[in-house]
Design a protein around this ligand. Structure first.
Ligand code: ADP
Length: 425
C-alpha cells in the first residue's frame, strides 16, 4: 500500500521525506521553497505585538489594516493568536468556513479588499480551550505562511498573542525579511514594563522596531468631547524615547471603538472624523512610507521627541568623517553635537568634539555626559543601541552620508530618511 508522505514514519533512506539535499529533508526543503515563493509576493510584512493582553493590539492591527486599505493598498491580516484569536470577532467574521483551491487555503474577504486569515476560523468553538505545545504552534504557523493563498499584497499585518513566545519568534525566523514590529502599549507603568521586553526581544532578533503606539491614551468624553487621562498619558512616548525607538502616536480611549468592534464595523472608516481615527491614520504614515521608499522609514520629529520635558530643545550627536556622516560609528573623526529648538525648528548651537578613546561601553556615557539625547547614525549594532537607550539616548540608524546640518534640517522638517542599518557589529 502506498504511504501518505505527510504521515510518513518509515526509516527508509530512499523515502522522499528522508532524503536530504543541503542537509534538509526534501519535503521540508520543498515547503521552505513554497513559503519563500508565497511570501515573496508580499512586499511588506508588519508584526503587531504587545507586552501584555487587553491593550488593544488586535484592535490596532485591524485598524492599521483598514487605514492602509483606505489608502489604496492591498492588505492581508493574519491572526496567529492561538489562545484568543479576536480578529474574527472584531471584524464580524465569526463562523466563516474556510475554502481551499488548487493554490491553497483561501483567506476570507473583508471590506476594502482586505484578506483575512485567523486561527479563529479553524478552531471552531471559541469558548473551548485548546492546549497547544510549542512545536505544534510552530508547525501551524509555518503551514499558514506556506499554504494561505494571499496572492500579491502590498502589506501583510500579522497580529500576535501578547508577549514574546513561540509565535513572534517563529514568524521572525520564518520571515527574516519582515519590515519590523509595531508595538502596542497603554500608558500605565505595568503595561510599559512589559513592552520593554517586547522591544528587547525585537532587538535580540535584529527585528526593526517601526514604532510604539500608545493606545487608550486619555479618553474622549462622550458628552463634552474633552479628553480625560484615565490611565495616565504619555508613558508610551516617554518609554519610546528612553528605549530609543520611534513613537507612532496616541490613540485615545473612545467608547465608539468598543461599539464598532462589537458590531464588527471598521472603526477608522465609519468614524473617520474622530480623534482616534485620525490618530490611527497618522500612526500608519511611517508604515505607508515603507512602500514609497522601498523599505526605509521617514522619521517624524514630532513622534521622536525623546521626553516631554525635553521637547523644547534636544541635542543631536552625529559621527562625522570628512565633514559628512560616518557610517562606521565607533571610528569617526569627530562628533558633531547640534542643539536644536524643536518649536522654532532652528539650530541653536553646533560644536565639534573629538571622540573619547575607543573603549567598550565608553561612548554611551560620554555622549550622555555631553547632554546628547539623540544620535543620527549610518549603522550601529543592536547591542550598542540598547546601551545608548539605557543612557536615555535615542538612536536613528540608516541615515545617509550627508553633512550634519543637512541631516538635522531633514530631521526637523520630518524628511529624514532612515534605511537599512548598514553596520551591525
Ligand atoms: P488585545 O488584542 O491587546 O488583547 P483587543 O484589541 O482585543 O486587545 O481590545 C480589547 C478591548 O478593548 C476590545 O473590546 C476593544 O474594543 C477595546 N479597545 C481597544 N482599543 C480601544 C480604544 N482606543 N478605545 C476604546 N476601546 C478600545
Amino acid at each position: 500500500m502506498k504511504k501518505n508522505s505527510d504521515s510518513c514514519d518509515c526509516d527508509s533512506a530512499s523515502c522522499s521525506n528522508h532524503e536530504t539535499a543541503g542537509g534538509q529533508p526534501v519535503k521540508q526543503q520543498d515547503e521552505n521553497e513554497q513559503m519563500k515563493a508565497r511570501m515573496s509576493k508580499i512586499k511588506h510584512k508588519i508584526m503587531v505585538m504587545s507586552g501584555k493582553g487587553g491593550v488593544g493590539k488586535s484592535t490596532v492591527a485591524a485598524n492599521i489594516a483598514v487605514a492602509m486599505a483606505m489608502e489604496g493598498k492591498s492588505v492581508g491580516l493574519l491572526d496567529v493568536d492561538f489562545h484568543g484569536p479576536s480578529i474574527p470577532k472584531l471584524l464580524h467574521l465569526e463562523g466563516q468556513l474556510l475554502t481551499g483551491s488548487e493554490d491553497g487555503m483561501q483567506p476570507v474577504d473583508y471590506v476594502h479588499g482586505i484578506k483575512v486569515m485567523s486561527l479563529g476560523f479553524m478552531l471552531g468553538n471559541q469558548d473551548s480551550a485548546v492546549i497547544w505545545r510549542g512545536p505544534l504552534k510552530i508547525g501551524v504557523i509555518k503551514q499558514l505562511l506556506t499554504d494561505v493563498s494571499w496572492g500579491e499584497l502590498d502589506y501583510l499585518i500579522i497580529d500576535f498573542p501578547p508577549g514574546t513566545g513561540d509565535e513572534p519568534l517563529s514568524v521572525a525566523q520564518f520571515l527574516p525579511d519582515a519590515d519590523g514590529a509595531v508595538i502596542v502599549t497603554t500608558p500605565q507603568d505595568l503595561s510599559l514594563s512589559d513592552v520593554r521586553k517586547s522591544i528587547d526581544f525585537c532587538r535580540k532578533l535584529n527585528m526593526k522596531i517601526i514604532g510604539v503606539i500608545e493606545n487608550m491614551s486619555g479618553m474622549v468624553c462622550p458628552h463634552c468631547g474633552n479628553v480625560v487621562d484615565v490611565f495616565k498619558k504619555g508613558g508610551g512616548q516617554t518609554m519610546a524615547g528612553e528605549m530609543g525607538v520611534p513613537f507612532l502616536g496616541r490613540i485615545p480611549l473612545d467608547p465608539r471603538i468598543v461599539t464598532a468592534s462589537d458590531d464588527g464595523v471598521p472603526f477608522v472608516y465609519h468614524f473617520n472624523e474622530t480623534e482616534a481615527a485620525k490618530a490611527f491614520s497618522e500612526a500608519v504614515l511611517p508604515i505607508l512610507m515603507l512602500e514609497e521608499q522601498g523599505g526605509s522609514v521617514t522619521v517624524n520629529p514630532v513622534n521622536l521627541k525623546p521626553k516631554e520635558s525635553d521637547m523644547k530643545s534636544i541635542k543631536i550627536a552625529i559621527p562625522v568623517e570628512g565633514g559628512r556622516l560616518c557610517a562606521h560609528f565607533g571610528h569617526c573623526e569627530t562628533f558633531v553635537l547640534v542643539d536644536v529648538d524643536t518649536e522654532t525648528k532652528k539650530i541653536i548651537k553646533k560644536e565639534e568634539l573629538p571622540p573619547p578613546p575607543h573603549e567598550p561601553g565608553l561612548l554611551p556615557h560620554w555622549l550622555h555626559e555631553k547632554g546628547a539625547n539623540m544620535i543620527i547614525a549610518g549603522g550601529m549594532g543592536s547591542r550598542a543601541q540598547g546601551l545608548f537607550a539605557e543612557n536615555g539616548i535615542q538612536v536613528l540608524v540608516g541615515a545617509s552620508s550627508d553633512a550634519p546640518e543637512a541631516l538635522v534640517k531633514n530631521y526637523l522638517d520630518g524628511a529624514l530618511v532612515t534605511g537599512d542599518n548598514v553596520c551591525d557589529h
